[in-house]
Structure formats: structure tokens, C-alpha cells
Design a protein around this ligand. Structure first.
Ligand code: NI
Length: 226
């Protein structure tokens, strides 16, 4: 399931993060991919353990923890510290699938990449090209969101970033390990949750709403590994 999560960051947070990023030291993005990815990746990134990147990443994770739509969709268990990338002057990243298991920098923990997140830090009108293209069984989806908005998509998807032909595309990207590894089961839980929320808004905590909420949690209990 692909999901657009609007307004993860406030405009003030986006401005603060952009000001810090615009003066940061960027490096070749090939540093964080294997040999196959390196052939198709042409962009720049902040180094994984860059103090600025880690500090800005915390602002993003803090915002996400308080975002109910993200929580319902991702059922997050573990996060990679957010990374930051920049594409300009024709830079692009060809079709690839993200690595399935990654070490969390600065720790002994690994993370299974269930969900990929791209958080846009510039407005779509500030650059040409740079669309994130995600391919699934329904075809190719083109994503270019307002600053502060995020797209969540299964890490099992083939995806690419189109060449940026004017201006610069600045984004944060990171991965989430979910309590529910299977995308289909996670999507079912998300739909159930969203409909329960709508019913609760209409009916309050009626007997039926309480019953369905219990059903949601009993399914989550069966499917979650924590
Ligand atoms: Ni990728």
C-alpha cells in the first residue's frame, strides 16, 4: 500500500531543516548502496553519522511518533535514522529495490526494511523532474509532494527518481520495520482502523464500535511480532 501522509512537518520546521541542510557538507550518494545500486545512483547525501543529519532526523522522527495516520499505516517497531539526499543538475536514481536488511548506524541492531519513507523538503514548483516513480502491479505511480509531506510505500517496490533538470530536489528518506511484516495484512489492519475511526466519530463508543476495536486488536495480536 502506498500512502500520502500530509503535513508531517510544519512550514517552520521545513524552513529550519532546509537552512541547516543548505550549508551542510554533502557527499556522493553511492556510499550507502551496494554495487548494483551504485551503477544507477547519481545524487548527493549527508553522511550517515553526520551530527547535523542525526539532529534533523530526530525532528522528523519526533513529528512522526505524534502522527496518528503514520502510526496506523506503518505500525512501526524500529526506524532507521532519517537520511537526506539532494538531486540537481540532471542527477537521478534509476530503478532499484532497497536492500532488505540494514544495520542501524551506531548500534548493534539490524532493521528489516518493510516500509520506505520519502519526506519532501522543497516545494514541487522549485524544481523540474525529480518525481519518485514507484512501480507495482497496478503500474507506475508518480510522486511529487508539497514540502513537509511524506509518501510511505512498501520497500519491496521497484522505484526510481527521475532526473532533476531545474533547481534542486531535497528530501529525507528512511526505512521502517513494522510490527506486521506482511504488506497485505498491514493494509487490512489500516483499512479496518480507518473505518473504526469514522464510525466512532459518527456513533461515539457504541457497543459495535467497541466490538470492532476489540476485533482490530485481536487481529493485531495474532499478526504482530514485537
Ligand atoms: Ni531506494
Amino acid at each position: 500500500m502506498m500512502l500520502h501522509i500530509p503535513e508531517v512537518l510544519t512550514p517552520a520546521q521545513v524552513t529550519e531543516i532546509r537552512q541547516r541542510l543548505d550549508t551542510a557538507d554533502w557527499m556522493d550518494g553511492k556510499a550507502t548502496v551496494g554495487a548494483q545500486g551504485a551503477q544507477v545512483k547519481k545524487n548527493r547525501q549527508l553522511p550517515e553519522l553526520s551530527p547535523v543529519g542525526m539532529e534533523l532526523g530526530q525532528i522528523i522522527l519526533k513529528a512522526l511518533v505524534n502522527n496518528p495516520l503514520f502510526f496506523a499505516a506503518a505500525l512501526p517497531m524500529r526506524y532507521m535514522p532519517p537520511l537526506f539526499n539532494r538531486y540537481e543538475g540532471g542527477e537521478h536514481y534509476g530503478f532499484h529495490i532497497d536492500g532488505s536488511v540494514r544495520n542501524i548506524p551506531g548500534s548493534n541492531l539490524s532493521l528489516r526494511t518493510d516500509l520506505s519513507c520519502t519526506l519532501f523538503l522543497c516545494e514541487p514548483e522549485d524544481y523540474d523532474g525529480g518525481e519518485l516513480i514507484v512501480a507495482d502491479t497496478y503500474g507506475e505511480h508518480e510522486v511529487k509532494l508539497p514540502a513537509g509531506d511524506m509518501i510511505l510505500y512498501p520497500s519491496s517496490s521497484l522505484h526510481k527518481v527521475e532526473p532533476v533538470t531545474r533547481g534542486a530536489r531535497v528530501c529525507s528518506f528512511f526505512w521502517v520495520q513494522s510490527m506486521v511484516a506482511d504488506d497485505g495484512k498491514r493494509s487490512l489492519l489500516f483499512e479496518l482502523d480507518q473505518n473504526i475511526q469514522k464510525l466512532r466519530a459518527k456513533l461515539g463508543d457504541s457497543e459495535e464500535v467497541v466490538g470492532l476495536t476489540g476485533h482490530y486488536h485481536n487481529l493485531l495480536r495474532q499478526w504482530a511480532s514485537v
